[in-house]
Design a protein around this ligand. Sequence first.
Ligand SMILES: Nc1ncnc2c1ncn2[C@@H]1O[C@H](COP(=O)(O)OP(=O)(O)OP(=O)(O)O)[C@@H](O)[C@H]1O
Ligand SMILES: [Mg+2]
Length: 583
Amino acid sequence: MDDIVIEGLSWRYKDSDWILKDINLTIEQGKTLGIVGPTGAGKTTLCLALCGLIPKKTWGAIEGSVKIKSMDTRKTPFEELIPHIGIVFENPDEQLIEPSVEDEIIFPLENFGFPPEEIAKRLEEALKATGLDKIRKKHPGELSGGQKQRLAIACALARQPPILIFDETTTDLDPVGKSEVFSLLAQLRATKKLTMIIVEHNTAQLAQFADELIFLRNGNIIRRGSPSQFFCDVAFLKENGVYPPQVSEVFSEISCTYPNSLDKNQLPVTLNDAIQLLHEILDLEEISYNSVEIKDQLPSTSEVIIKAQDVRFTYPDGTQALNGIDLELRKGEFVAIIGNNGSGKTTLINHFVGLLKPTEGDLEVFGMNTKDVSVENIAQKTALVYQNPDHQLFCQTVFEECAYELKYSQSGRFSNEEIEQRVSEVLDVMNLTRLRNEQPFGMGRGLRQQLAVATALVKQPEIIIVDEPTTGQDASQAHSIMRILTEFNKKGKTIVVITHDMNLVSNYIPRSIVLNQGKIIIDSNTRDVYSHSEILKKASLTRPQVTELGNLLPHAPVILRIEELKDILSLKYDVKEAIAYDR
Ligand SMILES: Nc1ncnc2c1ncn2[C@@H]1O[C@H](COP(=O)(O)OP(=O)(O)OP(=O)(O)O)[C@@H](O)[C@H]1O
Ligand SMILES: [Mg+2]
């Protein structure tokens, strides 16, 4: 039986061009459809149409039809559709309204009229699956970014509607948390035959989980297929802003070295497939490498600009978020802060800018103890981009947003010409010039995040701190933000990035600090950190596919990037250059 049938669907918002164009799609009951595509392709709009919010609750014009369980969404009252469908968006803040985690999950179940025993059972299952059982009494507003996303997911899981839509719902989850949510979804799919639609930039996760994938661009479906068909055309995907699973890319790149044993149209898409194939095509013991010396080139002599000494922090509700942090950051460093959801990352960087002050211990920024100086004083040299861009954008236009800080907080320091010049430059660097006069609130989350980064860069601060810069970005935008931050770093600026994207860390960030339960459990160069898989596991972090594959090669160094593994597997033994720690 088909759960969803879309025929000739086109849609435009009230004042927009056509966002969806003649979409035809059928999703069978119990199947999972993955949707990928660049930002602005129409993925969220398609999700809204799939659950009836378009056209029922949105202004615009529609052509064609969407049928959910044979009900035409144009003709059926929304209240009749709702029991059949659950949707979780990326930004959970808008969905969370109850006074506690528990209530947030229970309330919709009561509304749907489930009996109390059933509600109690589902509550426990959902809390356990999302790791929220220990903080069930907490106020949703006082959760960490990832915990909020977990709660929104828990609410959907507890309801178990026959059709479940996740629109970039797991972006802020730590990697292990993300895998756990997907395992639970797989279980539900097997036992309850749930139909799922998943919009996701993490293609490795999709490759494991989806039955079928579609590629959406400019409102059209331009590719469609099973994961193994879909991810074979690596060049096409990358040209269109989608990064295939790393294993597909590596094997695509080395296929000419093994013309007899590797078929470019049958590339591995999961780590397990890749491991099997690797054993088939190569005698791993036979591969040799130059012994590789990894140089640690972290700037160790420059001035210390942030120094934490036994910093502890307790929130008013009693949560001990930092439990004795000692660290030094030097001028010109590029540092990743990674770790479990709720491990204290955001709390820590709020200390770096003086927004939070240690309950115990001391934190110095540029030699100033943050307890003795005002936030404004510190803000002249530091810029923080929040995990949720909505917490910092409030102006009427993109230009005003960027100019605000220069005009008002540092009033009188810059002439109008200088402001114009600085803002124009940054908009250009961030590729936002075309949106100069747009309203920030009308833009998608990914663009708002980019704008938030722009407002930080325009200040030309000494330290730029970005909390989850890649949320809502497609892969090529995420890489482009990291390249921009790298450029600033090369100019001597200090960059601190919090992210759950372990591939980005390994590609761009030389030093990694891992937090777990408010403590640093390892702080070293990234290659060294990635060699400690047990420590990473404790922090719910997983290593990139290429690192795991590289780990199978006897005596090989820790592999961080696709090119490194590609060089080894294409039997180029001069890998020393590629692998030497190069920053
Ligand atoms: N305003 C608040 N009031 C009370 N507790 C809070 C508040 N903000 C965060 N916490 C708690 O403090 C701990 C650390 O939260 P923090 O936001 O620093 O984590 P994080 O590492 O940034 O997590 P994520 O990866 O989910 O963003 C968590 O247990 C969280 O629930
Ligand atoms: Mg956080």
